[in-house]
Ligand binder design. Structure first.
Ligand SMILES: O=c1ccn([C@H]2C[C@H](O)[C@@H](CO)O2)c(=O)[nH]1
Ligand SMILES: [Zn+2]
Length: 142
């Protein structure tokens, strides 16, 4: 689907993710990712991937954006946009980011985007079936 056909607020969300790619610190992978999250009050919080010489410490753009939302006082995330410079199939977030997003709202929508101005909208529920969420901790125990 073409991004220009989306409601303006989601176009704005995607634009914020696209712009964040320029801030990516990724000297090891050279794979720039920008992300943005929208909270229920309409606020937008952004993030980029931040790599480290100790490779295992690399932070994905999505978790960076979530941290920025939470540190700004917003945990009610309703939508996420992700931008990376790929061709071909749309790419979803890594497993670790799916789990971090699920902490806040399994119902959220994700706008996966490509530089050709197209997007694919997916729901976190479909990306993370049988998710372990805060509610899981309320399960009856033996
Ligand atoms: O969904 C993803 C997948 C990867 N990366 C980053 C992590 C690393 O810096 C680089 C290559 O994996 O891309 C993200 O930011 N988001
Ligand atoms: Zn990730």
């Amino acid at each position: 689907m073409d991004i220009s056909l989306l409601e303006p607020k989601f176009q704005e969300l995607i634009k914020a993710a696209v712009e964040m790619k320029d801030r990516a610190y990724c000297p090891y992978s050279n794979f720039r990712v920008g992300s943005s999250v929208m909270c229920s009050n309409g606020s937008i919080h952004v993030g980029c991937n931040v790599e480290n010489a100790s490779y295992g410490l690399c932070l994905c753009a999505e978790r960076c954006a979530v941290s920025n939302a939470v540190s700004a006082g917003h945990t009610d995330i309703i939508a996420v946009a992700i931008s990376c410079d790929i061709k071909g199939d749309f790419k979803g977030p890594c497993g670790m980011c799916r789990q971090v997003l699920a902490e806040f709202n399994l119902e959220m929508d994700l706008y996966l985007t490509k530089p050709d101005n197209t997007y694919k909208k997916v729901n976190l529920k479909e990306l993370l079936p049988m998710a372990f969420t805060p509610k899981s901790l309320e399960a009856e125990r033996i």
